[in-house]
Write a protein that binds this ligand. Structure first.
Ligand SMILES: Cc1cc2nc3c(=O)[nH]c(=O)nc-3n(C[C@H](O)[C@H](O)[C@H](O)COP(=O)(O)OP(=O)(O)OC[C@H]3O[C@@H](n4cnc5c(N)ncnc54)[C@H](O)[C@@H]3O)c2cc1C
Length: 489
C-alpha cells in the first residue's frame, strides 16, 4: 500500500532512507505513520514501550529478494545523520532490542509460514508413526522467522511430529532461535537452537547464504546464540521428532505460597516450572507449577490434580499479546533448597520495596530446568560456552515484573533498578555456594546484563571473528543497535 502521508507531511530530510526505499520501487512494502499497516505493526509489539516508538518508516518485505534489496539500499547509504534500523520477527521481546526510534523497522511479519520437507527439500505430507518413544525423524520443518510457535506446533501435530519451540503460542520464532531457546523438550532434545540444521541468512551486503554443518559452518555455529550480530535469518530448518498421537499433556497447578516448603522439598514429579508469583495487593502471593508429560502418558501421577488433560497444541495456542511494560533479568542458579528459599525471600523484599515506591507491579520469579547435558551433547556446536559454565545441573532463573501501560518512564526506571538489585542479591548468594554458573540466557536478560561475556573469552573472540568475516563493514554493529552487540566491548 502506498503511504497516504508520504507525499505530504513527511519531509525528505526526516526520512532520507525511506525515500531511498521508495526510489527503488519498494514503496509498496514501505509504510509510514498514519498508514493502517504501520499501526498494526506497532501494536503487535509485545512491550507497551515499543507501541509508543515513532519510526520514520516500516518496511515489510514479502520475499527474500526484497529483504536483500532493503539491506543493500540501507547498507549503501552515505547518509551520516543519526538513523538506525530495528529488525523484528514475532516482536515478543520485553524491551526495544527489536525496534528503533526515528529509524527504519525491518518488519519480517510476512515471513510467517511453516512447511515439512525431506532434507533434500521435497514436501512431506504423511503422518509419521509413533512407536512408543520420541525419535528424531528424516523430515525437517522449514520455518519462517515471524511465525508464532503456537502456529508452528499446531501445523506439525497432524503429521505426528514436533520441534523444540517456545512454550507460549504468541512468541515468535526468530528472536527465540537466534538466542538459544528453552522448550518443553529441553531435557530430551536440548536447546531449541541446537535443533536448527540449516539457516537461510541475508548478510550485510545483501547476499543470501545457507549456513549448515557443510556450508558456512562458522556462521552456522555462531547463529546459535549470537543474536542479531550476523545477519537477518529468513528461514530456520529444524529437525523434527515424533510425538504421541494423543499429543503431549500438560497443565498448571496453583497452590498457596504457604506450601512453599512442600514444593521445594519434593514438588510434583516431572514438573518443569516452579513460579513464585505476586499478583498485586488483591491477588497476593502464590505458587504455580507447570507440569508437562511429553511422552503421551496422560495418566501420569503428575496430573492427579487436573480434572481434564489438555493437548499441548491447545496450551500453546493460548496467546499472550502483551501490552504492558516488562522488566526482566536472569541467572543460572543451583537447584538447591537454600537457593529456592533465598529466591522466595528476595521476592518478598522486592515486593515490599516496590510497594514503598508506589508501584502496582506484579511479579513472577520463574525457576526452570537447565540440565548439564546441554553442555555435553553438542560440545562446541553453539556459541553459548555451556561446556565451561554448565558443569552441574542448574535452574534457569528469571525475575519478571509487569507494570501497567499507564506507568511513565520514571516509574519504569525505578522498577528496573529494584529488579536488578534483587537479582544481584540472588547472584551474590549463588556465587557464595558451590557450583555457581555464570551463564546468562539472552532472552530473559535485562539489557544491562553481560550476556555475550557469559559465553567465555574464547567464544567471544570467535563470535567477533565470524561477525567481522560476514559483516566486514560492521553494518549490524552500527546500523542495527538493538540487542547485545559484539562490537560494543
Ligand atoms: C510470554 C513469554 C513467553 C516466553 N516463552 C519463552 C520460552 O518458552 N522459551 C524461551 O526460550 N523464551 C521464551 N520467551 C522469550 C522469547 O524467546 C524472546 O522474547 C524472543 O526474542 C521472542 O522472539 P521474537 O521473534 O518474538 O523476537 P523479536 O522481539 O522479534 O526479536 C528479538 C530480538 O531478536 C532479533 N531477531 C528477531 N528475528 C531475527 C531474525 N530473523 N534474524 C536475526 N535477528 C532476529 C531482533 O532484532 C531482536 O534483537 C518468552 C517471552 C515471553 C514474553
Amino acid at each position: 500500500m502506498v503511504s497516504k502521508l508520504y507525499f505530504g507531511i513527511i519531509s525528505a530530510s526526516l526520512s532520507a532512507r525511506c525515500d531511498a526505499l521508495f526510489a527503488a520501487s519498494l514503496g509498496r512494502i514501505t509504510v509510514f505513520p498514519g498508514d493502517d499497516a504501520y499501526d498494526e505493526s506497532r501494536n503487535t509489539f509485545y512491550s507497551q514501550g515499543n507501541h509508543n516508538l515513532e519510526l520514520n518508516c516500516n518496511v515489510q518485505p514479502t520475499t527474500i529478494k526484497k529483504v536483500s534489496q532493503v539491506i543493500k539500499i540501507l547498507g549503501s547509504s552515505s547518509d551520516l545523520t543519526n538513523w538506525d534500523i530495528g529488525v523484528r520477527s514475532g516482536g515478543h521481546s520485553d524491551w526495544n532490542n527489536n525496534a528503533v526510534y526515528r529509524g527504519v523497522s525491518i518488519d519480517l511479519s510476512k515471513f510467517n509460514q511453516v512447511e515439512l520437507t525431506t532434507y533434500s527439500g521435497i514436501p512431506w505430507k504423511q503422518a509419521i508413526e509413533w512407536t512408543g518413544r520420541s525419535a528424531i525423524t528424516d523430515v525437517v520443518a522449514r520455518i519462517r522467522p515471524a511465525t508464532h510457535w503456537g502456529d508452528v506446533i499446531t501445523y506439525l501435530e497432524p503429521y505426528g511430529v514436533s520441534v523444540t519451540g517456545g512454550r507460549s503460542g504468541h512468541v515468535g520464532v526468530g528472536g527465540l532461535l537466534v538466542a538459544g531457546g528453552a522448550s518443553y523438550n529441553i531435557q530430551q532434545w536440548r536447546l531449541s537452537c541446537d535443533n536448527v540444521v540449516n539457516y537461510e541468512v541475508v548478510l550485510a551486503n545483501g547476499n543470501v547464504v545457507q549456513a549448515n554443518r557443510f556450508v558456512n559452518g562458522d556462521l552456522f555455529k555462531v547463529l546459535k546464540g549470537g543474536g542479531n550480530n550476523l545477519g537477518i535469518v529468513t528461514r530456520f530448518d529444524m529437525r523434527t521428532f515424533t510425538v504421541p498421537p494423543q499429543g503431549a499433556y500438560g497443565g498448571l497447578a496453583f497452590s498457596p505460597f504457604s506450601s512453599i516448603d512442600a514444593n521445594i522439598d519434593s514438588g510434583p514429579p516431572g514438573h518443569q516450572f516452579l513460579v513464585y508469583r505476586y499478583d498485586g495487593p488483591k491477588g497476593g502471593y502464590g505458587l504455580m507449577n507447570m507440569m508437562v508429560s511429553t511422552d503421551g502418558k496422560n495418566n501420569s501421577s503428575n496430573f492427579a490434580d487436573f480434572g481434564s488433560k489438555i493437548p499441548l497444541s491447545i496450551v500453546q495456542s493460548i496467546s499472550d499479546a502483551g501490552g504492558s511494560y516488562y522488566h526482566s533479568a536472569t541467572l543460572s542458579i543451583q537447584p538447591s533448597e537454600a537457593m529456592l528459599q533465598k529466591s522466595a525471600e528476595i521476592l518478598q523484599t522486592l515486593v515490599d520495596a516496590a510497594q514503598k515506591a508506589g508501584s502496582t507491579a506484579t511479579f513472577n520469579f520463574v525457576h526452570q530446568p537447565l540440565p548439564k547435558m546441554l553442555a555435553s551433547v553438542n560440545p562446541g556446536g553453539n556459541i553459548l560456552g555451556l561446556d565451561q559454565t554448565l558443569r552441574t545441573n542448574q535452574v534457569l532463573f528469571e525475575a519478571r515484573a509487569t507494570t501497567p501501560a499507564a506507568d511513565g518512564a520514571a516509574k519504569n526506571a525505578i522498577m528496573d533498578s529494584l529488579l536488578l538489585k534483587a537479582v544481584e542479591e540472588l547472584r551474590q548468594f549463588s556465587a557464595s555456594q558451590p557450583n555457581h554458573s555464570t551463564y546468562v540466557y539472552m532472552n530473559y536478560a535485562s539489557p544491562t546484563q553481560n550476556v555475550l561475556e557469559s559465553y567465555g573469552a574464547s567464544n567471544v573472540a570467535y563470535l567477533r571473528r565470524v561477525a567481522g568475516k560476514y559483516d566486514p563493514t560492521g553494518f549490524f554493529q552500527t546500523r542495527v543497535p538493538g540487542g547485545w552487540k559484539i562490537g560494543r566491548f
